[in-house]
Design a protein around this ligand. Structure first.
Ligand SMILES: [Zn+2]
Length: 431
């Protein structure tokens, strides 16, 4: 089975490129490739052929449960956790599987082909764990689903959480999670980080913790996480998710902290849609934005990804598996409006989260699996601006989803018939 894609634009700016796919892998890239006999021909029409989107931070056990059993009135993280606690005893495995599969359909249609999802283990039945393990197998041909054992109610605060977490890992959950800022004291939070990092080191697993998801400038579990990462030789395998307290920290302290994070090889996931809506809820004015210091971390060489975190659940009533919406919010909240900054926001929903998850280095290169998405845009910045239509989504050379191009027909005298959403002169110089 061979496919030739004609007239693609690549993320690095090369235009007029053809891509030959053989047996699910990229066999050649270049202009004017000959069409092999019997090969299928796809015309990219000059549009952007990009690696698929990756979401390194999500909660698939809670997704699409918005309104069950009621909505979050205060809009805070803590009411969301309480609401999830009300819903948990009512969950059934069938409903969890059905909602997760429905979300995976949305994701694939949007070109989102790898997701790291936290799964709450603070339920002695481990209902959500079993449901998502089942979903992970069912979607494997189309989507890489990685699971994190997440003690939502606190590893030390919730009775039985540690043994449930170990059981979840024994069942095949991939990554060790945590939530130190939700433990009873700062000391217990630090102790939970130590226990969890040692558990991951013993088992050769990765770590991804909800860390300092507060507006408290003195919440400093990220420092402890970086310390144990280095002590246990876990460099490159540990992720600090959220780190919203860094938004409020003292600048002098942060000038010491960021180099420590970089030195420990800790990776970072910010969740712009959720951070901007859940944080700063106790502020009047001025109101803090609550997202961690993304450009400063990137400048220090830290791998930073943007996650979606929530879609239609107790914490967030919106969302559609659209990682370009996530990138667009991250860009605005972090004021990353230079050409370089906007491109970095595109990387934060493609290559950077793939590194967080430890997936094979993504990108369109000869020898790699033919996983790609054709966007109705000509460069990454235009893709973010338009939240571009995913014209088609491909995995291992097979088209999984198609969306018709966004068009509108004008009936105005003297104007072109079709609206062209693209910039007339793409790829402007960096400022
Ligand atoms: Zn989360």
């Amino acid at each position: 089975m061979r496919t030739l894609i004609r007239h693609a634009t690549l993320v690095d700016g090369r235009t007029g490129q053809d891509v030959l796919i053989e047996q699910g892998k990229i066999a050649a890239i270049g202009p004017g490739l000959p069409l092999p006999e019997g090969a299928e021909l796809l015309d990219a029409g000059g549009c952007l052929l990009a690696p698929p989107f990756v979401d390194a931070h999500f909660h698939m056990d809670a997704t699409l449960s918005h309104g069950l059993p009621r909505v979050n009135r205060s809009g805070t993280l803590l009411e969301g956790i309480a609401l999830w606690g009300e819903l948990k005893p009512l969950l059934t495995q069938e409903a969890l599987v059905e909602r997760a599969l429905a979300y995976c359909d949305w994701a694939i249609a949007k070109g989102l082909l790898a997701i790291r999802s936290h799964v709450d283990i603070c339920d002695d039945r481990l209902l959500a764990v079993e449901a998502l393990l089942q979903v992970r197998e069912r979607v494997r041909p189309w989507l890489d689903l990685q699971l994190v054992a997440f003690p939502q109610d606190g590893l030390l605060r919730s009775p039985g959480a540690l043994s449930n977490l170990v059981r979840a890992l024994d069942l095949g959950v991939d990554v060790v999670g945590g939530i130190p800022h939700f433990e009873r004291t700062m000391a217990e939070g630090a102790e939970s980080v130590r226990i969890l990092c040692e558990l991951a080191a013993e088992r050769g697993l990765r770590v991804d913790m909800h860390c300092d998801e507060t507006d408290d400038p003195l919440s400093r579990h990220i420092e402890t996480l970086a310390f144990h990462t280095q002590r246990l030789g876990l460099q490159g395998r540990v992720t600090g998710s959220h780190l919203t307290s860094m938004h409020s920290m003292d600048n002098y302290y942060v000038s010491k902290l960021i180099p420590l994070i970089a030195e420990a090889g800790v990776q970072v996931v910010a969740n712009p849609l959720i951070n901007i809506t859940l944080q700063g809820r106790h502020d009047s004015y001025p109101k803090r934005r609550g997202m961690t210091r993304v450009p400063e971390l990137m400048a220090a060489g830290v791998n930073v990804a943007f996650g979606h975190d929530c879609v239609m659940d107790p914490w967030y009533s919106l969302g559609s598996a659209d990682m370009l919406e996530v990138a667009q919010m991250g860009l605005h909240v972090a004021q990353m409006t230079s050409q370089h900054g906007m491109r970095a926001c595109f990387d934060a929903v493609t290559v950077n989260p793939a590194r967080v998850m430890g997936l094979p280095e993504p990108g369109l290169d000869v020898g790699r699996s033919a996983d790609m998405v054709l966007l109705q845009a000509r460069d990454p910045v235009e893709a973010i601006r338009l939240r571009a239509t995913r014209l088609w989504v491909m995995r291992a050379g097979r088209v999984l989803a198609r969306t018709p191009p966004a068009t509108a027909r004008l009936e105005l005298p003297g104007r072109p018939e079709q609206v062209d959403w693209r910039h007339p002169t793409p790829g402007g110089a960096d400022r």
